[in-house]
Design a protein around this ligand. Sequence first.
Ligand code: CUA
Length: 225
Amino acid sequence: MSTWANLGLQDSASPLMEQLIFFHDHALLILVMITVLVGYLMFMLFFNNYVNRFLLHGQLIEMIWTILPAIILLFIAFPSLRLLYLLDEINEPSVTLKSIGHQWYWSYEYSDFNNIEFDSYMIPTNELSTDGFRLLDVDNRIVLPMNSQIRILVTAADVIHSWTIPTLGVKVDGTPGRLNQTNFFMNRPGLFYGQCSEICGANHSFMPIVIESVPTNYFIKWISN
Ligand code: CUA
């Protein structure tokens, strides 16, 4: 999870998020190069005394500064498209979790396992234990196995919500009357926190998501209880 003065992206817990971070760094590097170049040119213009009184057109430079930015944009567009299709790919999921957004809590259904279902409410600050995270912990966590493909089905019962977990690179809108799908693969154990990220009403900030990523045998033990 994000802690004090953590301004960048959180460490990834899935291969897709790792790719998203690589793409972010790649795009940022291109952005920095453009900013430095344009900044330098603008700065130097203020101290330039040369004047060309007969300058009316310049075909060559127009060609260069039209085609060059177009080529630079391709270097962002192609990796972006690659990532878009990579995120959309579903590879034979072994567990399916259905999450339903409500005002203002999430409820979950494990459709593969006897249709286990439960609600997941945020723990209020006055009931929080000393090792709990304020506005981030819930009473019933989602337990899911690490190192396996997991499919998430997202929907909502009242207004639009968004099931978002930064460390896993997951962000799917829960829309009433629709069933949206995404998938992820957790490559390490741990607690992964998320929040609703669609402005859904007065208590929008108070419907967090907590995933417990555990080894497969532990998950089987949990699910059979
Ligand atoms: Cu649910 Cu914001």
